[in-house]
Unconditional design. Structure first.
Length: 541
């Protein structure tokens, strides 16, 4: 039986999963996560982010990601107790949009890594920029405006690249670097995404970018699957010479280099192009046909689904990326995911079990109390000035605030997904918080749809491992359908059904939530009368 390794280099951790697959026999044989703050304290990250005076700036360290990869391979070789000579292919997922800047020394240096030396010690001379801006950065509003205007407006940019200009997208980040550090930009020979950077470390050469993650840059012509000359020129001079090539998602981009083979005794397994965490999660939750959606409850919460054609969100809040199947995927990203849940938990001195108990003990609809949990600047809807807004909600009431943060997150997913045009019949839930039944019940009730809880919470790493399997099969000349690829790994372990009376409560609460959001964004009147009317409708006394 063959082994397939999938990684997920996320904001806060590196996870690896090894699958054993032989015909219909399929299982996870190894899984481990390394936490960036805890296991690599010398980088000084907080929740995976380097401290900065400007709250709009968010960066991390490419060296940290590389050191985690090196340590993970050591653990795999030492602790996994599986026969790694059967490892056939490796792929990976990474947080999207983040960019890594390499100088001219990298092309040769990557191919000459010394297996007797730690990886990280050999990389610092290859970076033209020590820090990597990541998806949590919101500091490029001016660059977004400049790029949008140079391509004929945000609608034109969305039609071309799948998204209007977003602060965290790679193009605006590159433009800012070019403006603020022209000599650093000039010394940059190659700009990688986090995914293609880590893939480069595995193969010992510059890796290509695939269209799933490439679509998160505001630089790729989505329909053609090519870098767009117009978008590149609108972003920074000479960018066409600095971007990696684009390659299909299932490409074998190389083999594990001598560094890994000699350092850890791994076989020279095929490396399949790495992608973004969201395109990999789409596979890892089994959304290989349209009609169902996935919700991932991670550092950010995301909602996603497969699209056969690149439909564009008319409100401009969402994105369309490439899918690993060769189709498209819709994605709506909410930055205040676990970030917000953790802040509420900590503000009231709770542990997770206490948080869940309060959620279960409070009534659906929260008596009309609404929180907009924008602890950090929000992506959907776009909010640059962080700050929690409360309507009919007493900040001192722990129970009501616990329910309010979860209800707000679920109401936001329902409100901002309508444009996909899919009637939601089932939701595949994943991510750390998807293990929490009380949260899944709110999800089912707000959407009025069954929620399927999956066995593997780490859907991005699982999806990456499944993509490794698929890519290797394709390379062998075997025609394999995606249903067959994911079979055995994505069947739900539990189903949470919507409760009709709660569904009715949320149908009434949705317009109240919408009015609060509009008011907080400065686009609507004070919603207090609506909050009060909802409350008195629930409780006529
Ligand atoms: C998606 C996004 C986030 C990151 C998180 O557009 O910004 O989901 O990919 O890792």
């Amino acid at each position: 039986m063959s082994l397939y390794l999938g990684f997920d280099s996320s904001t806060q951790s590196l996870t690896g999963i090894v699958l054993e697959i032989g015909g219909s026999e399929r299982r996870v044989v190894f899984q481990r996560s390394l936490n960036f703050d805890r296991d690599f304290p010398h980088y000084g990250t907080q929740s995976g982010v380097l401290p900065h005076a400007d709250p709009l700036v968010a960066t991390s360290s490419p060296l940290l990601w590389a050191e985690a990869l090196d340590r993970f391979m050591g653990i795999l070789a030492r602790d996994s107790k599986v026969d790694l000579s059967r490892l056939r292919a490796v792929s990976g997922a990474a947080q999207q949009h983040g960019s890594v800047y390499l100088n001219i020394a990298a092309a040769a240096g990557l191919g000459r890594l010394d297996p007797r030396q730690p990886l990280v010690a050999q990389l610092s001379g290859m970076l033209s920029r020590a820090e990597a801006p990541i998806w949590m950065d919101s500091s490029t509003t001016a660059q977004c405006a400049a790029i949008a205007s140079a391509v004929g407006g945000n609608d034109a940019l969305a039609r071309l690249t799948g998204s209007r200009a977003f602060e965290r997208f790679t193009g605006p980040q590159i433009r800012k670097y070019h403006e603020q550090d022209p000599s650093g930009y000039a010394a940059t020979e190659r700009i990688h995404l986090v995914s293609s950077f880590l893939a480069s470390l595995l193969i010992g050469a510059h890796a290509p970018i695939e269209p799933g993650d490439g679509a998160g840059m505001n630089l790729m012509d989505l329909a053609a699957g090519r870098w767009s000359g117009v978008a590149m020129r609108a972003t920074a001079a000479g960018l066409d010479r600095k971007l990696p090539e684009l390659a299909p998602s299932w490409s074998v981009i190389g083999r594990l280099s001598r560094f890994w083979v000699e350092r850890y005794g791994l076989p020279p397994a095929s490396v399949i192009a790495w992608s973004g965490d969201n395109p990999c999660s789409l596979i890892g939750v089994g959304l290989v046909t349209p009609g169902r959606i996935g919700i991932s409850l991670g550092t950010s919460d995301t909602l996603f689904g497969l699209l056969r054609a690149p439909r564009i969100d008319p409100a401009g809040a969402s994105h369309v990326f490439g899918a690993a199947t060769g189709d498209y995927m819709a994605l709506v990203c909410f930055k205040n995911g676990s970030l917000a849940r953790e802040r509420v938990r900590d503000a009231y001195g709770l542990e997770w079990h206490g948080f869940s108990r309060l959620l279960r003990d409070t009534p659906p609809g929260n008596r009309g109390a609404i929180m907009l949990p924008w602890f950090e600047p929000e992506v959907t809807p776009p909010v640059l000035e962080a700050g929690v807004r409360r309507y009919g909600l007493d900040a001192g009431d722990a129970a009501a605030n616990v329910r309010a943060v979860i209800e707000a997150q679920m109401l936001a997913t329902a409100r901002h997904a309508g444009w996909m045009g899919e009637r939601v019949v089932a939701i595949h839930a994943t991510g750390g918080a998807a293990q929490n039944r009380a949260i899944l019940q709110v999800m089912a009730d707000v959407h009025g749809a069954e929620v399927r809880q999956l066995a593997v919470a780490e859907s991005a790493a699982l999806g990456a491992a499944l993509r490794a399997f698929h890519g290797e099969q394709v390379a062998q000349g075997r025609e394999i359908g995606w249903e067959e690829v994911v079979a055995g790994f994505v069947e739900p372990v539990a189903r949470v059904r919507p409760d009709p009376s709660s569904v009715a409560v949320y149908a009434g609460l949705k317009p109240v939530y919408a009015a609060c959001e509009a008011h907080a964004l400065g686009r609507g009147p004070d919603p207090t009368p609506l909050v009060e009317a909802f409350r008195s409708g629930l409780d006529p006394d």
